[in-house]
Design a protein. Sequence first.
Length: 469
Amino acid sequence: MRPRPPAETAVPRGFAPDARPQPIGADRPAHRAALATEMRAAAGAIGEVLAGQRLPEALQRHMAALPPASRAPARDMAYQALRNKARVTALTSLLNGRAPDRMVLALQWVALAQLLEPMRAQAIVVDQAVAAARATFPAAAGFLNATLRRFLREEAALLTAIEADPVVRYEHPKWWLDELARAYPSSWQAIVAAAHRQAPLVLRVNRRRTDREACAARLALAGIQTRVAGPDALVLDKALAVEAIPGFEQGEWSVQDAGAQLAAHLLDVQDGQRVLDACAAPGGKTCHLLERADIDLLSLDVDEKRCQRIESNIDRLGLPMPGSRGAVRVLAGDAATPATWWDGIAFDRILLDAPCTASGIVRRHPDIRWLRRRGDIATLSQQQSRLLTALWPLLKPGGKLLFSTCSVFPGEGAEVIDRFVQQTPTAQRESINWTWPDGRREAISQLLPCTSPDREHDGFFYALLSKGQ
Ligand SMILES: C[S@@+](CC[C@H](N)C(=O)[O-])C[C@H]1O[C@@H](n2cnc3c(N)ncnc32)[C@H](O)[C@@H]1O
């Protein structure tokens, strides 16, 4: 069992940093809801996930009713429950005589995930979970109290019993662990461990409005410390709600992982070029491209609703800047059938940020690994090949296409590119060299999720192809 400080001195997640454990209903900062209310909101979102919904959308619905200062802690609790999904599922099957109502189960998940954290004030977590149950489903309060207290009494034995199963120990589906172990025999455990850590908040500074140093200085004045993670990237030392960081509404920055930010640099766009972003929504890379050069950009996505998100990001960031020679057109269309939307004029640059399993970003989206099926890798790999084949004729001779996925499975990276290059005489794979913030220069292709003081990014695959004359 992990060592645990005595309950009287531990500070539960979700309390202000300087708060001490308090009895139920004791004073909390006026701008924060009670922990029980935050737990109830987190459980509401988890309940929807249990019914098959995606976590980000479920969170949006349940966070809105909370005071702003309670949203981040409630969101953290929901994420924590999903990061520990296998563990809490195994625990509840040992603790519960029969399956409780879905929403009661969701609250039990949230509470157990908090109790699994080494620094939690256990008595407060249990009291507040029971208070949350009393307010919503009073008949279940006794059940919740009994099962959570039993967990506390028998924690060591219960954890030993469930952690024999690798799915529980590593918190990933068995097929996923097998795929990782096959591709990365010596480093798969590190990839899995990275998925279990909370990802930091990374900003992409809009160099059309400010620069990285000025943005960092402005944030520092507001008490927000950052460090450099790329030419336009700043990592926040402590995650904050976006609304609490100055400059968002003014379009000075966006939230984007530092690994995702590589795309706009690697595509090497120059003023005046005609560029296609073929799978563009919600527009992170489209906007970064427009921030970096005065290009004529077609931003395409098959999903019409998601195209609206590209538009709103472009609007917020004020792109292209008035007076710039850049232009952008957002279009809903299927990249696999260019005949339905292409005007016949070839592109200098194409970005194909293809749909994938998102296996490289599970630390940000802990639900992904449980929603995916093994067969998705092959299905998506074929889709990626189809898109690549359909878009290649749209590239000018001498032009460059950057293929990317936020996946760590070779079936959605190297294997797609090797197949394509073998079958396409005009395609040549260029090596990509990248200088990291610590000054080290390296060839990159498959990035694995990484959190260290000098390197911080999700898992991505990048391949740059140039077209022979
Ligand atoms: C990984 S996301 C792209 C993220 C985006 N590049 C960004 O940086 O914000 C993949 C996108 O591909 C889109 N997509 C999937 N199939 C497509 C197709 N056949 N044609 C165009 N877009 C497609 C999805 O709707 C989704 O928005």
